[in-house]
Design a protein around this ligand. Sequence first.
Ligand code: NAD
Length: 518
Amino acid sequence: MKVRESVAALRKSLGIHHPSDAPFAGLVTGDRYVAGEGDILSIATPIDGSELARFKTASAHQSCEAIRSASDSYSFWRSIPAPQRGELVRRIGNIAREQKQTLAGFITLEVGKTQQEALGEVQEWIDVCDFAVGLSRQLHGLTVVSERSQHRLMEQWLPLGPVGIITAFNFPVAVWAWNAMLALICGDTLVWKPSEKTPLCALACHRVVQLAAEQLDISPQISNLVIGGASVGQTICEDDRIPLVSATGSIPMGKKVAQTVAARLGRTLLELGGNNGMVISPTADLDLALRAIVFAAVGTTGQRCTSLRRLIVHKTILERLSAAIAESYQGLRIGDPREETTIIGPLIGEHSFLQMQEALDQARQQGGELLCGGDRITAKVPPGGVYVEPALVKMPAQTDIVKQETFAPILYVMEYEEFAQAVQIHNDVPQGLSSAIFTEDMREAERFLSVNGSDCGIANVNIGTSGAEIGGAFGGEKETGRGRESGTDSWRNYMRRATNTINYGDELPLAQGIEFDI
Ligand code: NAD
């Protein structure tokens, strides 16, 4: 099936009615589709570069319409008891379950993910729905003893307001879902600006929310979608009706978002670039490590925030392990992600290939030795797509290039002699998202997780850097932005905390024993 026909079939299965040759709306406020006043945005599939759809993007003025819609529906939504808000999310999860294949189809077409990875991403949405439904009965606060007689202190968590969600291209469904499903049960309404590379996935996700809202006769205005680029994102960041902007993307984007939102003393939740490292100790189970390395380094064609980019290997096993990785790379099936046997799809676009080549050039100039890969593949892949061999590069430690995130499948291998040196090399980058160690030595494992070990938000033992479960709080330190999303207590980001003191006596004692007689 040609890509345009696939899009039409996918749209039909979700009931997105639209003339096939007209551009899609740039703005969806609830169930109202509004033609954008901005530029035409042409969406091409990375599979073969052909056009999937056109959108007429929203103008800055129109973004304000979406914000108004979220703002107007907030007082209604926050007044619904949380377990009933959870019922909406349960329905969303059920529809996502029924439509799993269709939704995964959108991801494969728009991002080029393999079928397994696209299905996995939709499953992440379903999982986070289940988690959020349970949480909707658990939004708990503390009770605190008072220093005053017949007094009680407590903390309540209350809805925050309309939440702005800005998302990256590489997880067009899951990253939105982490934020949106939790924000919905917390009583917040939504304004979503997806990546300008993935508006079709966004339209599909938004449609699922609409369908669930229809089932419960809830105003769909609680969810709003704006299609556009950085300027639309900035409008959301500037608007003081939005108390929280959750932004996922590159570090330069996060710095701009942080400054704009901070200028009006709003809150941000930032999930930015990673530069993830793995330490391989001489005691490591190398068979296990090899599988974890290859999945983390080449999965999603090296376009995950948690992709493995730096391998820090004990000098006694470096050669053996590098040879095993290079051999394993030879057998990888790279090609059309719609084929079931493919395990590496295309890069998102030409610019990613150029960035990859530039990084490889710099690596060579900084003393690196290309061990394998790095070339473009043109045989037996759809013409028009950007397919590459994953690159493995042996690097001296502490070079500049290994400190930057290149969003492509390049794995830098560095050697160490002492464990403390491995940790030092590992932490010597500006980013702090995910990390791992492979070791059979219990002391090393514990040290890696300790205060003197990895400085990342995620630190794993005998498992790779990517592929997190939704139950854990996800996020990084340093320039990765210090956000935490998805599991454990991340829900608190989407609520405001009120401390209440209740006096059930008939005296009015003051705190700290202050006397104030009138
Ligand atoms: P990007 O920074 O180019 O774009 C991300 C989003 O930000 C897009 O929606 C874009 O339109 C918007 N944007 C850009 N400039 C903006 C501005 N000035 N104001 C407001 N919005 C703006 O990122 P990308 O290429 O889509 O995604 C890849 C990057 O995202 C990588 O760095 C990756 O590591 C990171 N990422 C991080 C996580 C995480 O959880 N830490 C998850 C996924 C992706």
